[in-house]
Structure formats: C-alpha cells, structure tokens
Design a protein. Structure first.
Lengths: 137, 388
C-alpha cells in the first residue's frame, strides 16, 4: 500500500494575482471560496465577468468543499524533482457544479477511484499559501 | 452566394526536415531554422529571391519573421504572426489566396532549450497558479481526459498501447526518425514504466531537437514548377478554453476538434470515407483514439475498438502518423506540428520513407495539438485540386 500525503515544501507555489487573491486569502483561513455571479453561476478559475451570463457582479462565496473525483492520474514521473512520487492529480466535480484540479491525499493510493466522494483539506505551505488538497469524505 | 475559399488558391510545393535528434551537438535553434528555411526553398526548386512571405519562429533563440526576412535579402514581404503549424500553413495559404503575396516559406526549429532532463521539458510544464502546484505537466493533463474516457466507455490500456506501437513501428523504419530502429510491440508499451497513469513511457511522445520548413505558392505558379503540388482542400482551427489553466473536463472539452473538423470537411466537400491516411499529432496515444471519434471515423466511445486489429498500422485500413510522429520521429517543441503536414505531403508526392502502397493515397487528414490543450487544428491536403 502507498500512503498519499501533501507535498513537502519546495514545490512551486501559486503567486496570487489581483483577480485570484481572495481565493488564496480564504484558503489561509481554511475556506474554499470561488466566484459566484448574481445569477448563481459559479466561476472557477477566476474571471472578471461570469462566463455564462457575463455579469460583472461576482462575489467570492464560501463553498461546501465537498465533491467527487471526476478524473485522476497517478503520476510517477514528477513535474520537477521537487515533487515526491507517486502523487494523484485529480479533477474534482464539486457539489455546487464547478470543477477544480488538485491532488488527492490522506488515502491509500490503491483506494483512490473515479467517483469517490472527497472533501477539501488545507495544508499550509508558506506564510502566504495554504493549498486546498482533497481527501476521502 | 458562392464563397471563394482562399485556401484553394495555394499549394504546398516544398518541404524539409533537418536532422532530428535527442541532442544535436553543435546546433542551435538559429542554425537549424536557417537550414530548414533554405532546405524547403531548395526542395521547391526555388531560391530565396522567389520568397515574398515568411512565417518563422520557434523556441529558444529563434526570433520572428523579421530576422528571417532580413536573412533572405530584406525584400518587402508578407509576414504571419502564427507558429509553424497547421495554423501557420493556413495563414500562409490564405495570404496567397488573397493575393497578398505569392510564395511563403514557413520554418521553425529548436535546439538547446531542454538539456537538463531531471524535470519535464519546459514547454510541457504550465506555470499557472491553479495548475503548477499540483505537479501537472502535459502528460498528466491529457491523462485526465483519457482516464475519464476509459471510465465512461471502458477504453482499455491495450488500445492505447496498440496506437503507440503502430506509430513507433513507423518511426522504427524511418532513417530520419530519432528512434529509427527502435521497434515497440503493444506489450513493450504496456511493460514500459508508468509516467502518468494511464500513460506508460511509450504512450508518450519524446522530446527532441530539430527543425522543419515548408514552402507554399499560388496554384498557378505551382503548376508551372514541374513538381507535384499538394493542395489544401479544407482547414479549420478550433480553440475552446484556457489551455493548462482550467481543468480538462472530458464532458466540456473531450470533443475538441469536432466543430473545426466539420468546417474542414465542408470546405473539402468530403466525409471521413474520403480520407486515406491520418497524420495525427500523437503527443499521447489516447489522443489518436479521441480524434477518430471526434472526426467520426467511428462512434463516440468506439475509438478503442476501432484501432485494434491493425487498422491504424501502416498496412491497415487507415494508416496513422506514418513517419513515426512525435513518439518516434521527433518533438522539438514547434516543428513537430508542421511535421504532421510534411509527413502527409511526402505521402501524397509518393516519396515518403514508409510510403503507403496497398491503398489509394489521395486525401490526408492532418491535425495538431489535441484535447488536453483544449485546442485542435486540422487540415485536409490532397494531390488533387479542390472541386470547384
Ligand atoms: Zn452568471
């Protein structure tokens, strides 16, 4: 069995932009926040306007952090040597109907399957960044 | 109203591949792009004085068309801002078809940009803030589409391996290929080490150095040149999102290329039945399966079964990527895109190393990039002119 854990320090970390800063600020407080427009459409990754109704009235809302594993890849050749292998790259389909990429952790590799329920879990990587990983719900 | 398709006013008249290699000692991107440019002009039987349009670029020290126009003699020239890929070939053909210029050279090359192999190649490594920290690179991005397809339709790793083996066998017989002499059976593919599940090492393209060039001219001039012109019957580019930023969700992006493909077939007045060979961009084995479904060679979810039984092998019903492709021929960061077209041109002119002889070779579907990139460009080329 192979236990999946968060990556060690030294991996490339996000450099928040003006647009994305609220997402990463919220992550430091253990919240998964994404944009939602006035008509209820979720927008991720962030944009200046909704890509469904083009409203510019977007609010960074807290989400449940719950979803299912939509697709996955077990990676054995790291992007750079900073990453420990194996790691699981996944697309999560979130309860509210939006998608996010992340890694699945706190699980046995052999038990990670498409369709499994997951929830967000944050790992502090630096003073500025906590990463939203996903673990079995 | 009858639309005049400017693509039908141009023809491909010269192609050239430099030496390709994992590492080309003593070469630079600039030395290779020059060789590629002059080589393609010579292949067409022309001289730089005949050139009045340039698309040139690449990765690592190769600058844009201005420097190449100067190199060729500083004559006033049309220039294209696109890359040396299907998009570039289209742009050149449209410029010729509109009468903005008569003869265009397209070239690109790369050497020296990727010599530290402890990480993945820089051009496969997205730096977006919602991607990079998860350890993604292009193989993992495309894997996320492949895995959903396998989950949804039951596509098997053996089908992916059959595609990779078919293309690698083509490269093994091509002396110009980086992996000339290196055969791979489906079992070899399945037994190679896993890189990003479901992709084994041999499901994935190589990374190399090399250059490529092409010359297009007007159909009128091409017919006076005493060569076998290759005509562009239809083409379309299609982009659907922000590549390597947003998640490659199969249900949103899995059919990348279908919208553009339909436009391409309409221009050519053709269906998949008219296509003799597919020169697909084989960055990952799965994308060939995806493309067969995208263009309608088979139904949705049927691509895995379609490729079995030797159908896409060089002697099969629908040979795919006959020079060995990105897996075995070369993948130098930009030239591989135009090399899909070059491989088709050589087949149509009857001078390919792995010349298809067991069936008609008249219409070839060429393609660039693919699903994980959220953009797919496609072009039908032929040794017969467009029906008017
Ligand atoms: Zn909206």
């Amino acid at each position: 069995m192979t236990w999946l854990a968060a990556q060690p320090q030294g991996i490339p970390l996000p450099k928040p932009s003006e647009l994305s800063a609220p997402h990463w600020e919220a992550a430091k407080n253990g919240e998964l926040r994404v944009q939602r427009c006035e008509n209820g459409h979720y927008v991720f990754i962030p944009l200046p306007a909704c890509n469904y109704c083009w409203s510019t009235k977007l609010e960074w809302v807290k989400t449940s952090g719950k979803g299912t594993l939509y697709s996955m890849s077990i990676v054995y050749r790291p992007q750079t040597p900073a990453f420990q292998i194996p790691y699981v790259v996944g697309i999560m389909e979130m309860e509210e109907g939006w998608f996010i990429m992340s890694n699945v952790i706190n699980a046995e590799l052999e038990n990670v399957k498409i369709g499994m329920p997951l929830k967000v879990t944050f790992t502090k990587m630096s003073d500025d960044i906590a990463l939203p990983y996903f673990e079995p719900a | 109203m009858t639309k005049v398709n400017p693509l039908h006013g141009a023809a491909i008249v010269g192609v050239y591949n430099t030496k390709q290699g994992r590492l080309l000692e003593g070469e630079t991107s600039q030395s290779l792009v020059l060789e590629a440019t002059l080589g393609a002009i010579k292949d067409a039987g022309l001289t730089p004085k005949d050139i009045d349009g340039v698309i040139s670029g690449g990765w690592g020290g190769v600058s844009g068309p201005g420097d190449m126009i100067r190199q060729l003699g500083s004559r006033p020239s049309w220039f294209g801002s696109g890359g040396a890929d299907i998009n570039g070939v289209m742009n050149a053909a449209m410029a010729i078809g509109m009468g903005l210029c008569e003869t265009v050279v397209i070239s690109s090359a790369q050497a020296g940009a990727y010599r530290d192999h402890s990480g993945t190649a820089p051009w496969v490594r997205p730096t977006n803030e919602f991607v990079e920290c998860w350890g993604l690179f292009t193989a993992a991005e495309f894997a996320l589409l492949a895995k959903r397809h396998m989950y949804k339709y039951g596509t098997k790793p053996e089908a992916l391996a059959e595609v990779a083996s078919a293309i690698r066998m083509n490269g093994s017989k091509n002396p110009g290929a980086v992996y000339y002499g290196r055969e791979a059976t489906p079992e070899d593919v399945l037994n190679s080490r896993m890189v990003a599940d479901p992709f084994h090492l041999l499901d994935i393209c190589t990374t190399t150095e090399g250059g490529a060039g092409m010359v297009l001219t007007s159909v009128e001039k091409a017919r006076e040149m005493g060569i076998k012109p290759v005509y562009i019957l239809g083409a379309a580019v299609e982009q659907q999102g922000a590549a390597y930023k947003e998640p490659p969700v199969w249900d949103k992006f899995g059919w990348s290329g279908r919208w553009g493909g339909k436009k391409m077939f309409e221009q050519a007045k053709m269906t998949t039945k008219d296509i003799d060979i597919c020169e697909f961009y084989d960055n990952f084995s799965f994308d060939v399966i995806r493309l067969l479904e995208v263009y309608g060679f088979c139904g949705e979810g049927e691509g895995g079964d379609f490729v079995m039984g030797g159908r896409v092998r060089i002697d099969g019903e629908l040979p795919v990527t006959t020079d060995g492709g990105l897996m075995s021929f070369s993948h130098p960061a930009m030239p591989q895109a135009m090399q899909r077209v070059i491989s088709g041109v050589l087949q149509l002119q009857g001078r390919a190393v792995n010349q298809v002889k067991h069936k008609r070779v008249q219409n070839i579907l060429t393609e660039n990039y693919g699903g994980g990139a959220l953009f797919t460009n496609q072009m039908i080329i032929s040794n017969q002119p467009a029906q008017q």
